[in-house]
Design a protein around this ligand. Structure first.
Ligand SMILES: Cc1cc2nc3c(=O)[nH]c(=O)nc-3n(C[C@H](O)[C@H](O)[C@H](O)COP(=O)(O)O)c2cc1C
Length: 177
């Protein structure tokens, strides 16, 4: 599925984003529309230059991070260069992230996965990506929280990741109640 071109509101300053960023653990259940999802994904790991380089720095330009989107419709893999979302699982796996009660009202979970081979820095890349999302969310009416509290191996198995790739962390995103 092609995503709409990301459209980021230019008004809020970086200062405002840094000042208001926080973890949110209370959601109203409302789903993200496709434009908002496109914006969030672009902030996380989209291409911001013609050569395909990203909104985050990556060690040796190794694009060894993957961003999956889990929602009520299934699981999708983001391609930041093509600006597309490809369905990889026709199954709602949100329950796998429901280890905290507020998760029942979270419409979307971003799953960061990456190479765990030597000289790869995908864990750091995930940190950069989730912080970009936190800053975008803070100034665009969204709420989010980074989450490590789930069974990463079970999710890796569900996604069919090869042994060289690990589930790093997730990020719940939606609208604050
Ligand atoms: C790697 C990482 C994992 C986290 N895992 C969880 C989690 O599983 N559940 C949760 O409620 N918060 C989680 N958090 C959010 C932290 O608890 C939160 O950032 C911290 O309490 C500081 O609050 P703040 O983000 O509002 O400044 C995680 C944060 C990071 C960076």
């Amino acid at each position: 599925m092609n995503l709409p071109e990301p459209k980021i509101n230019e008004k809020p300053s970086l200062y405002e984003a840094l000042k208001t960023r926080k973890s949110v653990r209370s959601f109203n259940g409302k789903a993200l529309d496709v434009q908002t999802l496109s914006n969030v994904l672009w902030a996380a790991y989209g291409a911001n230059r013609a050569d395909g380089r990203r909104t985050i720095p990556t060690a040796r330009n190794q694009k060894d991070l993957s961003v999956y989107v889990a929602d009520g419709n299934g699981v999708f893999l983001y391609d930041g260069e093509k600006n597309t979302l490809d369905k990889v699982l026709n199954k709602n796996i949100l329950e796998m992230f429901a280890s905290q009660p507020f998760m029942k009202d979270v419409p979307t979970v971003l799953i960061y996965t990456g190479s765990q081979e030597e000289h790869h820095y995908s864990i750091m890349h995930a940190g950069s990506a989730y912080q970009n999302v936190e800053l975008y969310a803070a100034t665009n009416g969204l709420g989010c929280v980074v989450r490590a509290l789930f069974d990463k191996e079970a999710v890796a198995k569900e996604l069919g990741l090869p042994a060289s790739e690990q589930v790093i962390v997730s990020q719940a995103i939606g609208y604050e109640k």
